[in-house]
Design a protein around this ligand. Structure first.
Ligand code: NAP
Length: 291
């Protein structure tokens, strides 16, 4: 393999270790961060993701509050649970695992989450803050991608980035974050209607794939030395694969994330970091009220 491996698992471990002193400082103030996860239905992939998030929270000393609702729950019942968690002082972060089963409106449910408890950074108020470059919780997967770039000192300033996939969960926030004045990349946000995507990607210094199509991005999409970040997680008969054909692209790219072990672990680490930051913000507000 020619490319440098961008080891998301290692970066995630370092990110979680850095939370230790912050969690200890909160404990000294009598605060234990709490993360509430909501899983609706029986989607096997969602079950795996939520189990992993809960395990990680527990391992860090974050209180794990979990609600598993059946797929036939009503929107009102789901909204009611979110309101209840909004009012629970032991819960600092709320994660609603998406997508929701048919018949439920995920965007509406996310809007019900108190923006001050929005551990996933997907509430419209927090996405608005992101566009305005204001502080607040940022979406976990996009933030995890940026942390990998930072960790390996991949420059973004003035670089041409092609983000493939424009979902509000991944591609769109990444494009906003990379085109911010802090990052100064020149970003093209591509999607299923983009023409001649391989040619567009060949012009890129950095390609970020968030599509959900197994191994879509092949050798002729990538220029020599480009950085390739693979967000995709696709379950195939051969196991988990990304949106990038790793075996061939890693012979041409300068740096590449693997699947698994790339962006996935970072998503979970950023969820933990967001939860701790929300607990810190809540403790700060409580202390100011008392003063
Ligand atoms: P999504 O909501 O389905 O969005 C997919 C995007 O890809 C859409 O914008 C779609 O275009 C575009 N697209 C689909 N086929 C395309 C093609 N042939 N060429 C170019 N663009 C194409 O998916 P998502 O939630 O963003 O997730 C994307 C992938 O990332 C999935 O594999 C998911 O499992 C994975 N994921 C991983 C993590 C992690 O932690 N690693 C977190 C979240 C998601 P249109 O808008 O035109 O339809």
């Amino acid at each position: 393999m020619y490319a440098t491996l961008l080891d998301g698992k290692a970066v995630a471990t370092a990110t979680k270790e850095a939370l230790g002193p912050r969690i200890a400082a909160l404990a000294e103030r009598g605060v234990t961060p709490g993360l509430a996860t909501i899983l609706v239905g029986d989607d096997p992939a969602s079950e795996v993701y939520v189990a992993s998030k809960r395990r990680t929270a527990t391992s860090l000393g974050i209180v794990d509050v979990h609600h598993h609702l059946s797929a036939d729950v009503t929107q009102d019942q789901l909204d009611g649970l979110i309101e209840q968690l909004n009012d629970d002082p032991a819960v600092h972060g709320i994660l609603l695992q998406l997508p929701l089963p048919e018949g439920l409106d995920g965007e509406e449910a996310v809007r019900r989450i108190d923006p001050a408890k929005d551990a996933d950074g997907l509430h419209p108020e927090n996405l608005g803050r992101l566009i305005l470059d204001q502080p607040g919780p940022t979406p976990c997967t996009p933030t995890g991608v940026l942390r990998i770039l930072d960790h390996y000192e991949v420059p973004t300033e003035g670089r041409r980035v092609v983000v493939v996939g424009r979902s509000f969960l991944v591609g769109r926030p990444i494009s906003v974050m990379l085109s911010s004045k802090a990052r100064n990349a020149t970003v093209t946000l591509a999607h299923s209607r983009t023409e001649d995507l391989p040619a567009l990607c060949r012009e890129a210094d950095i390609i970020i794939a968030a599509v959900g199509q197994p191994q879509l991005i092949g050798l002729d999409w990538v220029s020599d030395g480009a950085t390739v970040i693979d967000v995709g997680i696709n379950r195939t008969d051969d196991g988990l694969v990304g949106d990038v054909d790793f075996a061939v692209v890693s012979e041409r790219a300068g740096a590449i994330t693997p699947v698994p072990g790339g962006v996935g672990p970072m998503t979970i680490a950023m969820l933990m970091e967001n939860t701790v930051a929300l607990a810190e913000a809540s403790a700060y507000v409580a202390a100011r009220r008392r003063a």
